[in-house]
Structures are given as structure tokens and as C-alpha cells.
Design a protein around this ligand. Structure first.
Ligand code: ARG
Length: 459
């Protein structure tokens, strides 16, 4: 007999049980469910809704079930639908009829919202810890590569030289924002829905603050209808996970490109690469490709939850049971991706010579020549045009700008003097970008120091 079977004359069809039961995935919430129930039972005892003795027996029974869950002894019953009713059933088996008092002043609607929030709070903290590992890895490499010069690109065309440390710190900024987004999401996740009942609250003299305190929630949801129908925190988290995957994916795309023979800027460690079953020479950057690929599945989960929620009337609707697989998959995917990505990143070898050589062709110092003329008084637009013509000449002669003779330079503009060769030197080109946040050595060193102390402050 079902826990809700009183008003039914017929048993549910077995296909119906298979279709609506969620225990095969929400069993992941067992610990959260039981901890929430223990807090609820204690509150029922403290407020006199049940006796203290009853509350203690219920809590002890739940604790035993928790131990059995932890040691993997429990076989979940699909007939009991979901994790909430499975736990209740086990409780009745454990302590007898008294177990039936646990659900006083509570509904599965506020219960499931609580479980998801407890789960997500824990996972957000785990993901933030992984992010701090990524920060460390990025900072270590940025420090090591703070003098390495490589081409910076726009439109994937060589543009101006930048420091590899600067390039890596750009990713640091993306992930730093993600860290903040998680922190923000955590605030809205740490709101206690329990006590909303099915939708309208309860007539029992419950104490929601006490439950919040016991479960470490900062706030209590202020509107019972909202409390049971709100899945914003799920959508918000999956959005943040999507954004993180997007950042990882862009990084991965660069590593895939950079590990190609065409770029040859990096070599992946053997331990994080794979070969081909037919082509003996192949070494493929699978980690980067897979992380890039998995970004799609997290976006898929985001679309799923947004679409599930979009037409739902207040308050709880069974559609919302679809939130959990999307949430779990997003959590698993972002954690798995971060873990392997960090390992891969830590072992990537950056090929400094290849990077520096790549800055030599493609006129990456052309802007500097235009700036040189502008400093000497030529309006920038004219300087741009003059250098554009010089570049065109160089292309037709197969020369670099710094290979032009001083006479050739002077023919373009008599403002140009011998010191132009200094200006065009790649190291000086980097040095010149000394505006705040720029790629100049001392600017990158400042960014690096500031990044390090920020990481220390969140560690
Ligand atoms: N398994 C349900 C879910 O995941 C729990 C809440 C069910 N409530 C209900 N009234 N059927 O959403």
C-alpha cells in the first residue's frame, strides 16, 4: 500500500510506478534527506508537537538508517517512489509505528526543496575548492612563464605580442568571476524552504528558525508558495556551471590549437593524451577536446531546467522532479572536468622558442611603429596609413619591418630615426604596453601579485 493510498481503490499500474518513481536518481539525496528529517524531528520535539522522547527515538532511528546508507547496506525500493518515502519506510521498519509521526507538519514539497538546497550548498563548496586548485595551477604557471612572449591574436590573426603569464591571467579573471558567481548562488541556495508545508504553511506551531539554525541556513523562505515552487537556485547554479564550462572550453580550444603542428606552442603530457588505433604517429589532446565537448551537455541541462520551469503554475508540480538529473549531471560534469583539466594543465609543456618565433612574422610590431610616429607628432591616422604602406612594401619584398634600411624608413617619413630599431624589438614592444592591465612585464607582475593575495584571501 502506498503512503498516500487511502483515497485510492486501485493499485497504481506497474508502468505508472516505473514512470514516476525517482528513487533511482534521488537516492543520491539520502544523506541530505535524513539530516533534514533529523532536524525536523528535533524541532517537532522541542516545540511539543511530538514528545521529546518520541523525537529522540525518531532521530536515533534516522541516524541508524544514515549509518546503513553510509556503509552501502540499503537496497532502495522503487515501490516507495522517492527518497523521502523510502527513508520513511525504513524508519517505520526500524522503530515501528512511531516512524509515521515524522511527516507531521511537513510535505514532500518542502522536503525535496530542502534536500536539493542542502545538496547544492555542499557541492558548491566542493566546486569552489576545485576552483582554488585551478587558481594555484594558473598562478604557478603564470609566474613561471611571466617572461615568455607569444603572439596575441584577434580574429585568430597575429596581432600584438603578449606575455604568456598575461594570457593565463586572463583565464584567471574568468574563473575568479565564476568563483564570485558561485558565492552569490550560494547565498540564494542557503534559504530554508522547510515549514512551507505542501504550499500554504501549516497550523502546527513549528519553529523554522530552529531548523534553519540546525542545518546552517542563513535565512528562512518568506513565502510558502514560493518556497515550494522555486527552483531558481538550480537554474542559477547550472548557469554558473555553464559559464565555467564555457571558460574551460575556450581554454581547451586554445590548447587544442596550440598542440597542433601548425602552432606547436604546447606539448601535452603523455599521461593526458591518447593515440590512434590506426595512425601510429598520433598524439591527441583528448582531455581538452572532451571538456570542450562536455560543455554542450551542461548547456543542455540549463535548457532543460529553464524549459521545465517556464510554464508552471504555482505551486509544486511534478514536472519539477525533472530538476534533479539535470542538477546532478551538471555538478558531476563540472567537477570531473575541473579535476582532469587541472591535472592536464599542470603538466603542459609550453614551448617558449616556438612562441617567440611566432611573434617575428606577421608584423606584430606595426602598431608600435605607428605609435612611434604619433609620439613624434604625426596624427595617429596618418601614422597608421604610412605604416600600412610600409607593411605592404615589406610583404612584397618578403621582409620584416625591422629589416628595412634607415633610408627606406626615411622615405616613408623623415620623422623616423635610428632608434626605430629599438622600438621594433619584440621585448620592447611588450614593455611598451605599460598601461594599467596591459602586457608590460611590470604590469603583469603587479597582476600576478594581486591575484596571489586574492587567492590567499579566499583559500
Ligand atoms: N519526488 C518528488 C520530486 O522530486 C518529491 C516531491 C513529490 N511531491 C508530490 N506531491 N508528489 O519532486
Amino acid at each position: 500500500m502506498k503512503a498516500w493510498g487511502g483515497r485510492f481503490q486501485k493499485a497504481t499500474a506497474s508502468q505508472m510506478d516505473d514512470f514516476h518513481s525517482s528513487i533511482h536518481f534521488d537516492c543520491r539525496l539520502a544523506e541530505e534527506d535524513i539530516r533534514g528529517s533529523i532536524a525536523h524531528a528535533r524541532m517537532l520535539g522541542n516545540t511539543g508537537i511530538i514528545s521529546q522522547q518520541e523525537a529522540e527515538t525518531i532521530s536515533a532511528g534516522l541516524q541508524k538508517i544514515l549509518d546503513r546508507v553510509a556503509s552501502g547496506q540499503i537496497v532502495w525500493d522503487p515501490g516507495a517512489e522517492d527518497i523521502h518515502m523510502n527513508v520513511e519506510k525504513l524508519l517505520v521498519q526500524e522503530i515501528g509505528v512511531l516512524g509515521n509521526k515524522l511527516h507531521t507538519a511537513r510535505s514532500r514539497n518542502d522536503q525535496v526543496a530542502l534536500d536539493a538546497r542542502v545538496y547544492l550548498r555542499k557541492e558548491i563548496t566542493v566546486i569552489q575548492r576545485l576552483l582554488t586548485e585551478l587558481f594555484q595551477a594558473l598562478l604557478t604557471i603564470a609566474e613561471r612563464e611571466k617572461e615568455t612572449i607569444l603572439p596575441g591574436y584577434t580574429h585568430l590573426q597575429r596581432a600584438q605580442p603578449v606575455l604568456l603569464g598575461h594570457h593565463l591571467l586572463a583565464y584567471f579573471e574568468m574563473f575568479r568571476r565564476d568563483y564570485g558567481r558561485l558565492q552569490d548562488c550560494l547565498k540564494r541556495t542557503a534559504v530554508l524552504p522547510l515549514g512551507a508545508g505542501a504550499l500554504a504553511g501549516t497550523g502546527f506551531p513549528i519553529d523554522r528558525q530552529q531548523v534553519a539554525l540546525e542545518l546552517g541556513f542563513d535565512q528562512v523562505a518568506v513565502n510558502s508558495l514560493d518556497a515550494v515552487s522555486d527552483r531558481d537556485f538550480v537554474a542559477e547554479f547550472i548557469f554558473v556551471a555553464s559559464m565555467m564550462m564555457m571558460h574551460l572550453s575556450r581554454f581547451c580550444e586554445e590548447l587544442v590549437l596550440w598542440s597542433s603542428m601548425e602552432f606547436g606552442f604546447v606539448e601535452m603530457d603523455d599521461a593526458y593524451s591518447t593515440g590512434s588505433s590506426i595512425m601510429p604517429q598520433k598524439k591527441n589532446p583528448d582531455v581538452a577536446e572532451l571538456v570542450r565537448g562536455k560543455t554542450g551537455r551542461v548547456y543542455g541541462s540549463l535548457m532543460a531546467i529553464l524549459t521545465v520551469m517556464k510554464g508552471l503554475p504555482l505551486a509544486y508540480n511534478k514536472d519539477m522532479q525533472e530538476d534533479k538529473e539535470a542538477l546532478f549531471d551538471a555538478v558531476d560534469t563540472i567537477k570531473g572536468s575541473l579535476q582532469i583539466f587541472i591535472l592536464m594543465l599542470e603538466t603542459v609543456v609550453f614551448k617558449r622558442d616556438r612562441m617567440l618565433n611566432a611573434t617575428k612574422d606577421g608584423y606584430l610590431n606595426a602598431t608600435d611603429l605607428a605609435d612611434y610616429l604619433a609620439v613624434k607628432g604625426m596624427p595617429f591616422r596618418m601614422a597608421h596609413e604610412a605604416v600600412g604602406k610600409l607593411v605592404r612594401d615589406c610583404i612584397s619584398q618578403g621582409k620584416r619591418l625591422e629589416e628595412l634600411t634607415i633610408e627606406e624608413f626615411k622615405a616613408a617619413s623623415d620623422l623616423i630615426e635610428e632608434d626605430v630599431y629599438e622600438t621594433l624589438d619584440m621585448k620592447n614592444v611588450v614593455k611598451a604596453r605599460s598601461s594599467y592591465g596591459g602586457t608590460a612585464f611590470e604590469q603583469v607582475a603587479l597582476q600576478l601579485e594581486a591575484a596571489k593575495s586574492w587567492v590567499d584571501s579566499v583559500k
